[in-house]
Design a protein around this ligand. Sequence first.
Ligand code: ARG
Length: 470
Amino acid sequence: MNTNLPSTAAANSATWSQRFESALHPAIARFNASIGFDIQLIEYDLTGSQAHARMLAHTGIISAEEGEQLVNGLEQIRQEYREGKFTPGVDAEDVHFAVERRLTELVGDVGKKLHTARSRNDQVGTDTRLYLRDQIQTIRTQLRQFQSALLHLATQHVETLIPGYTHLQRAQPLSLAHHLLAYFEMSQRDWERLGEIYNRVNVSPLGSGALAGTTFPIDRHYTAELLNFAGVYANSLDGVSDRDFAIEFLCAASLIMVHLSRLSEEVILWASEEFAFVTLKDSCSTGSSIMPQKKNPDVPELVRGKTGRVFGHLQALLVLMKGLPLAYNKDLQEDKEALFDAVVTVQSCLEAMTILLQEGMEFRTQRLQAAVSEDFSNATDVADYLAAKGVPFREAYNLVGKVVKTSLAQGKLLKDLTLDEWKSLHPAFEADIYEAIAPAKVVSARNSYGGTGFAQVRQALQAAQAKLAG
Ligand code: ARG
């Protein structure tokens, strides 16, 4: 036997059954260990273990006194951890072993009873679900704050106009509030989606054992109730090896990032000199180390950049799962870093984007007004004007195309044409054409349900307010 084995080796051979004669190679011990990241689950591990201990006592598998000793010992570990006094190393392999070992140190041999009728497989599944439940609630609260910030901004800008684009070409002018409310709707779906996913996260695998259940007369519903799970996995194999809930969460997280990234891209464009629709405040932008005139949109750029990480984690978990035979395989240890990083990334991006909306940028309303007055984005309205007077829309559309072409050649906008010029194009034109193509009129006229007309937008604001309150 290698006499230079590190202390981890002794611990390792102590961990496993008598079947093992020699210890793990130290590099393999490090390779195998998840304590470096699953320590984040410790509070959930302790809570899950306390529920398990209570159940063991409740069902008479251990005595009431033993149950109490276990619960108290676990609580003591919680205190130690919170005070920074419990810092297990690689020799513990993972958080589950670390806790069990410390428990036995604290309460003696009874600590060795905690793992009766349980496996680390159902334990880690329980911990991960408890963790994700909390994180989902946090993200839903953050989504609400993000939505409030959007709504607040939208309320101030009902009658502020902004060019609307398709193909990134000027299309039709919009109420700025309408544009912002589009993001409100996306985040509303994100909020709802996470609520639905929560229901599938909120199912207890505890008591599935290693894969097949247990010979002990456990009560899975009792532990589920103690841990506030809405139900229990019906099949023990599925219970220990299912990670659908994590993948579903990563899908939802990816969509949140898609939405944040789209908004980021717009803010980056708007902050450019070419658009100049927003000014970035000092609190949310940085300068250049060489070009003194610059103010960079770091926040939306970072959000756009971080989006790829979350997509990557989703991809990683899908690939992780696709070839796994039932039931638990050590591959599943790889789910955690992906999940943890996605959680932190989404939470930090939501926080940063909310601050950006609340205080990091200002719309340049004069620039926006000039932008919507200096283009042909009212061309559809000329066609609609004629169509309303009985000219078939396609005919009107062709005619207006011709008008745009000749106006462009003459360096004119539609509003610059004289009434005679209009009349020579089509006799149906009258003096009210000027009002019909004024930007504010063009916007307010799009009063169809869900459209950008001011009356519609005001109703949409009220509906959004109601969603936030509900
Ligand atoms: N650290 C492990 C994980 O994260 C815990 C479960 C280990 N189970 C086992 N059979 N080796 O997946």
